[in-house]
Ligand binder design. Structure first.
Ligand SMILES: O=P(O)(O)O[C@H]1O[C@H](CO)[C@@H](O)[C@H]1O
Ligand SMILES: O=c1cc[nH]c(=O)[nH]1
Length: 244
């Protein structure tokens, strides 16, 4: 653990908790903060907005990490530096299979590491897997969520998106995001327990940009999915079996 102020997140060990919920969007931190008791903003530097509060008596840090593996990777490293050992990402995603509705929760049983960053940590054959303990708690609180392997990628606006998605869909991948693979890989290398809970904002083969715009506009099913995903992460992190 480091006593230093972390340069990007501005976190220190004074956060005094071993668990955090991370998300891409700083605006989601404000929505999540409303679900906590005694929520207090800790810092807001660059894309990293952090709030500390309590859920069912358990102290939890909320933090945004911006978009993409490099900024998520920095966030996870700095969380580890200040003693955080359990991290749940609550993100948005695109479905990779038909039949997954808007606002449905997709929980990553592993991630295809289609990012550039984590290959600089370990070869691509190293698996990106979540904590089995946190996963078991996900099943306890959300037995009906969609469970499967997700794909974390670097490029939102790729010319070959349709072909790439068809390929990974044919391999059974259930959803796509941009940070879960980095969190699972770097987290595991640093001895942290991680889990990824994603709110579906794009139907399979749907319009990516339109889906993300609807999330911003607060479309009802997506807004419900966002709150459900945050509550699920809080239920898991405050479960009696892993209470701090
Ligand atoms: O909603 P967040 O958590 O940012 O997650 C998803 O949304 C962004 C793309 O729109 C990427 O960060 C992707 O992973
Ligand atoms: O398809 C999607 C939707 C949101 N975010 C992604 O990374 N991909």
């Amino acid at each position: 653990m480091s006593e230093e102020v972390q340069p990007h997140t501005q976190l220190t060990t004074a956060i005094n908790t071993d668990r955090a919920i991370i998300m891409g969007d700083p605006a989601r931190v404000d929505k999540a903060a409303k679900l906590l008791d005694n929520a207090k903003e800790w810092a807001y530097n660059r894309e990293y907005k952090s709030v500390i509060g309590e859920y069912r008596g358990q102290r939890i840090l909320l933090m945004s990490t911006g978009i993409g593996a490099p900024s998520a990777g920095i966030g996870v490293e700095e969380l580890n530096n200040v003693g955080v050992k359990k991290v749940i990402r609550v993100g948005s995603a695109g479905a990779m299979q038909t039949g997954i509705d808007l606002g449905e929760l997709i929980i990553g049983e592993g991630a295809v590491r289609d990012d550039g960053l984590t290959k600089q940590y370990v070869p691509a054959m190293y698996p990106a897997v979540p904590s089995f303990k946190l996963m078991a708690l996900a099943h306890k609180y959300a037995p009906d969520a969609v469970y499967g392997i997700i794909r974390s990628h670097d490029g939102f606006y790729m010319d070959d998106n349709a072909e790439t998605e068809a390929y990974w869909s044919s391999k059974g991948i259930v959803g796509a995001d941009m940070e879960s693979g980095a969190m699972m890989t770097i987290g595991r290398l640093r001895g942290m327990e991680t889990l990824s809970i994603l709110n579906n904002v794009v139907l399979y083969e749907g319009d990516l940009a339109a889906g993300v715009n609807s999330l911003v506009d607060g479309e009802e099913l997506m807004a419900k999915g966002e709150i459900a995903s945050l509550k699920l992460a809080m239920d898991i992190l405050s479960d009696d079996s892993i209470k701090q």
